[in-house]
Design a protein around this ligand. Structure first.
Ligand code: ADP
Length: 354
């Protein structure tokens, strides 16, 4: 038995997290043998992969069946984030842009956006966080970041001089927010063209670097920011956050309709603050009704509020706490949906060819 025989014997194995074959997911990248022991190289499509143990045993038992003489093998995991390479046309080097929205304020949308960003980072992904909630920017407060983004003059590859905004770095993550530019207590009225200009600056003129994910905290409800974004980049999708109460669910349904109208795919619903006070499972039921995935149920948990209020939301992933597991599952589920969408998307010829 040689490398290609070993690899092809595993092509039809279904990945336990994705329910798709290892071939479809392009996960089998090589195998080597040394002193009678095989090492299998597996490439995962997301950093937020929680089923390594199940995958290992699925592969091991397939091998035991087909090539019993091989025995135990070693596993070598790497990650290649699958994505849309969304911002190519505007020079943004981001594989996946994810919008986090809600029907109304106060449901924990910013908290979900920030924990999604820090969660993915804690798994090993390169992540940026953009606060597009221009009416109530709360990202700087949640992550405890301050400062004014610097403007630096840089030269384009064609020699042209351009002004570039430097994102504020917080715990090693680049971020942008209107909250860095205006005093906290100042209300801002946005007219359409100004809003458009600001978002263009945030997306296009900011030195985000190479990112696996750019998470965008959207303003609740309204559609103008969503329209501007959808015109600029091809988003991996929107995550809609809601609480389990009936009223909140109705607002979420409106938000979902809004995203669908501006052709941003909806990845699913996150039920936040689920638990005794508000009930549980309302969002999961609603998601099912709408044929959308439920992306997670985050309990109402004082540790989330405390770390957010202290500007230390990143601690949710660096310390053991009661909310961590549900947040990590949410990160895994969101990236899982993105991978599945990318597999199922009709294969379009790239723009260069057209
Ligand atoms: P939104 O962005 O929807 O307006 P925020 O993310 O600012 O909402 O959250 C509103 C308040 O609720 C904040 O004080 C936040 O710390 C708190 N909060 C959010 N999610 C949870 C949760 N799962 N458990 C406890 N408190 C939460």
């Amino acid at each position: 038995m040689n490398e290609s025989e070993l690899l092809s014997s595993l092509e039809a194995v279904k990945d336990p997290a994705f329910g798709r074959t290892l071939k479809e997911l392009q996960m089998l990248v090589g195998a080597t043998e040394s002193e009678g022991r095989w090492t299998l190289k597996i490439q995962l499509p997301t950093y937020a992969y929680l089923s390594k143990d199940e995958l290992t045993s699925a592969i091991q038992s397939t091998i035991a069946e087909k090539y019993p003489e091989v025995g135990e093998i070693n596993f070598e995991y790497s990650v290649k984030v699958l994505g849309k390479n969304a911002g190519g046309s505007i020079g943004l080097k981001v594989k996946n842009v994810i919008a986090v929205g809600s029907g109304k304020g106060g449901v924990g949308k910013s908290t979900v956006a920030a924990t999604l960003a820090y969660g993915l980072k804690s798994f090993g992904a390169t992540v940026g966080l953009m606060d597009a909630d221009v009416y109530g920017p709360s990202i700087p407060h949640l992550v405890g970041a301050k400062g004014e983004p610097e403007v630096v003059e840089k030269e384009n590859p064609d020699g042209q001089k351009v002004q570039r905004l430097q994102p504020i770095m917080a715990d090693g993550m680049p971020m942008m927010s209107i909250g860095f530019m205006i005093p906290e207590d100042q209300a801002v009225i946005w007219r359409g063209p100004m809003l458009h200009k600001l978002l263009t600056q945030f997306m296009q003129q900011t030195d985000w670097g190479d990112l696996d994910y750019l998470i965008i905290d959207m303003p609740p409800g309204t559609g103008d920011v969503a329209i501007t974004l959808s015109q600029m980049v091809s988003l991996a999708g929107a995550v809609v956050v809601c609480t389990p109460q009936k009223v909140a669910l109705l607002d979420a349904v409106k938000a979902i309709g809004m995203y669908q109208q501006v052709k941003i795919p909806v990845l699913g619903i996150v039920e936040n603050m689920s638990g005794e006070m508000f009930g549980q499972g309302g969002a999961a039921g609603k998601a099912k009704e709408l044929s959308l995935p439920c992306l997670g149920e985050i309990p109402s948990d004082p540790v989330i509020r405390e770390y957010g209020d202290e500007g230390q939301i990143s601690k949710l992933f660096s310390e053991e706490n009661s909310a961590r597991e549900s947040l990590e599952k949410m990160c895994a589920e969101i990236t899982r949906q993105i991978v599945l969408n990318s597999l199922d998307a009709p294969k379009m010829p790239s723009l260069e060819i057209l």
